[in-house]
Write a protein that binds this ligand. Structure first.
Ligand code: GCB
Length: 594
């Protein structure tokens, strides 16, 4: 790279602060740092009666002499793989909900002048984390990352971490007690220890401005040396800007761009980003695109698009449970690609961060969501704070991913005043954090006596998209009756059907009037696509769901056996007949919208 050819602009006075990050303080893209990976086998003790706090499991005591009474012992306890849920690793833990204590030893050689951070990708639902017997802190929310600084607690030599993971469901949690997926518990994502300089690059954002002429964003340092010179480079485009940070360690910038290919599903172009401060350097891969709505259209890089989507749970169908590696997730996204999708709705909670990185690389647009699902304790301020925190952690983590175009603040919630206040405030919060993406929620409509589907959800006003779930032909009558229905959706904004689907047990063939047959599911989609084609503002569909997934609510002993069978693929990756109907629709929409 010829440095002399870099365009260089001194710190511009015009800048936009696109991300106000609130309280979150996590190292951005930590995997690009000098890390010790702490995945692998962790000892565990199942603690259904919550004995561990009183018995001080966190001190990881080893019996010193034969007469000493210690009623637990991690060193001889069995192990679980991390990342991974406990339910899918031990038969007797399949339905377990409660506390499980994890322990792992590691050796560290902390260096003078360095700082150390322990980072968890996710623990479901509540995690109490201890290092060498001392409490580092507690995190709630099962699907977002958190971190603790351990500089003054880490030992030279042997160390141990103890985590109490508790997936008990409570009415005031987010999600609350009732949801249609498996409550997989445990340390479900990676654990790493990062070594950082005293002052390091903690966070950054790079976004294309809506006029597509500039890149704008910020760099945020953490440490004592707050005033530094920072350089941001977009390597393959030979662009860079040099800027000073202020006394809070923050530099905000905007600079014109040249030679940038915009990111899209057809051309998922990513650029190598280097950020160089005096005391630290980091890298990332970022794509540049714009997303907005205009009347009934969704515009990607200024051009109308149709979202050819599908919904997805974060579950590995082959070894039912949370995916344990990036390749598990890649398999799922490849299946969506086979369906000719350009878009995926990641339901109903923040998925693994690899998902948005893979979507960036593979060219898939994403809807990301927080588990404000069905019935939540709308009047409880702690519940609101938890939802807000989970949303903030998700936005903070994924703000540099071009694939992410929609933040969803919830799914199928009742149209009541308390919910409208709760979710209305969440929508405002998203807009304060990120002005570059769309805000949505999967809403519910109603059907009147003339079999007309209508929307009157007052939350709709706060959202950029009118998205709703509908199950005409499955929960309401049967697929053969779908033609009797119609939609009266008079929206002045893009309409997305965020869910519609029917169950079929893969390999069960019968006539179209037989529940759980592949033929009935096939007819459902044929008739649905005819029905929804009449919605003038329809700009996206995400059938429910890509793959059969586990749910303790699905109890039919012949067809379900604990599985929600609305997948277009079976749990072993076999395409059902309906797959081809959905693919046909996606092919047709591709022809129409390009
Ligand atoms: C829904 C929910 C989804 C369920 C699905 C179903 O409306 O949003 O989480 O799994 O219906 O299969 O009933």
């Amino acid at each position: 790279m010829r440095k002399s050819s870099f365009l260089c602009f001194v710190f511009a006075t015009i800048f936009t602060n696109l991300f106000a990050q609130g309280q979150i303080n996590i190292i951005q893209n930590i995997k690009a740092r000098n890390i010790l990976n702490l995945d692998g086998k962790w000892h565990y003790i199942v603690d259904p009666y919550n004995t561990g706090d009183g018995s001080r499991f966190f001190s990881n005591k080893i019996q010193g002499s034969p007469d000493e009474l210690v009623e637990y012992d991690f060193s001889s306890a069995p192990t679980l793989s991390v990342p991974g849920d406990w339910n899918s690793q031990q038969n007797d833990l399949l339905y377990y909900e409660g506390a499980v204590w994890y322990e792992r030893d590691f050796v560290a050689r902390p260096k003078q002048g360095k700082r150390y951070f322990l980072n968890f990708g996710a623990v479901n639902y509540k995690a109490d984390v201890y290092l060498n017997g001392r409490l580092l802190g507690t995190h709630e929310g099962g699907f977002t990352p958190f971190q603790f600084e351990v500089t003054d607690k880490i030992e030279d030599g042997d160390n141990f971490i103890v985590v109490k993971a508790d997936n008990t469901r409570y009415a005031e949690n987010v999600p609350a007690e009732n949801f249609d997926w498996w409550n997989y518990g445990g340390i479900t994502r990676d654990v790493v220890l990062a070594e950082m300089n005293e002052t390091y690059i903690n966070d950054y954002s790079l976004q294309l401005t809506n006029d597509m002429k500039n890149v704008t964003g910020y760099v945020q340092l953490n440490g004592m040396q707050t005033s530094q010179q920072v350089t941001v480079q977009i390597m393959e485009a030979n662009l860079q800007i040099k800027i000073p940070t202020n006394s809070s360690g923050r530099a905000t910038f905007i600079f014109p761009i040249k030679n940038i290919e915009f990111w899209s599903p057809e051309n998922p172009q990513l650029y190598t980003i280097k950020i160089l401060a005096t005391s630290d350097t980091t890298t990332d891969h970022i794509g540049f695109r714009t997303i907005e709505t205009k009347g009934k259209n969704i515009l990607l890089n200024g051009k109308p698009i149709f979202l050819r989507g599908v919904c997805l749970h974060e579950e590995n169908p082959m070894i039912p449970g949370r995916p344990r590696s990036k390749s598990d997730l890649k398999m799922l996204l490849s299946w969506a690609k086979e369906l000719n999708c350009n878009y995926v709705r990641l339901t109903h909670y923040p998925h693994n961060e690899y998902m948005s990185q893979l979507a960036d690389e593979m060219g898939l647009l994403l809807w990301e969501e927080v588990p404000v699902y069905w019935s939540i304790d709308w009047e409880n301020n702690d519940t609101y704070e938890s939802a807000k925190q989970q949303l903030s952690e998700l936005i903070y983590r994924d703000k540099n991913r071009a694939s992410v175009i929609i933040w969803s603040i919830g799914n199928e919630t009742p149209n009541t005043d308390t919910r409208n206040k709760f979710m209305g405030d969440l929508a405002d919060h998203v807009r304060r954090m990120d002005t570059t993406r769309l805000v949505s929620a999967a809403l519910l409509g109603y059907i009147d006596s003339t079999k007309t589907f209508r929307m009157n959800d007052s939350l709709g006003k706060k959202l950029d998209l009118l998205s709703f779930n509908e199950y005409i032909g499955w929960y309401i009558e049967s697929p053969a009756e779908i033609p009797q229905y119609n939609f009266a959706i008079d929206a002045d904004k893009p309409v997305i059907i965020s869910e519609f689907g029917a169950e079929a047990l893969g390999g069960f063939y019968a006539d179209t009037a037989t529940r759980f047959s592949e033929e009935m599911q096939e007819l459902f989609y044929k008739n649905q696509f005819k029905l929804i084609s009449d919605i003038p503002a329809l700009r996206g569909t995400s059938p429910w769901v890509l793959v059969d997934f586990r749910s303790p609510k699905r109890l039919n002993p012949i067809y379900q056996e604990g599985w929600n069978r609305k997948g277009l693929y079976t749990e072993t990756g076999k395409k059902k007949k309906a797959f081809f109907v959905v693919k046909g629709w996606n092919d047709a929409m591709q022809k129409k919208y390009g």
